[in-house]
Design a protein around this ligand. Structure first.
Ligand SMILES: [Zn+2]
Length: 54
């Protein structure tokens, strides 16, 4: 369900990333992505991209 409020959208997608391997979307801290500590819960992949990027 999409919201029309820009501030709410920003909050929703701010910490959301998509696994590049299995396309699994999950909430992660951006710091963990930058430090390489983030791992996909589904496939164990370490490659992520922001969810909004198309
Ligand atoms: Zn994955």
């Amino acid at each position: 369900m999409a919201t029309k409020i820009p501030a709410a959208q920003n909050r929703l997608y701010k910490n959301a990333f998509v696994c590049k391997v299995c396309k699994h979307k999950m909430k992660l801290e951006p710091q963990k992505i930058l430090t390489g500590k983030a791992r996909c819960r589904k496939c164990g992949g370490k490659d992520f991209r922001p969810v909004r990027k198309k």
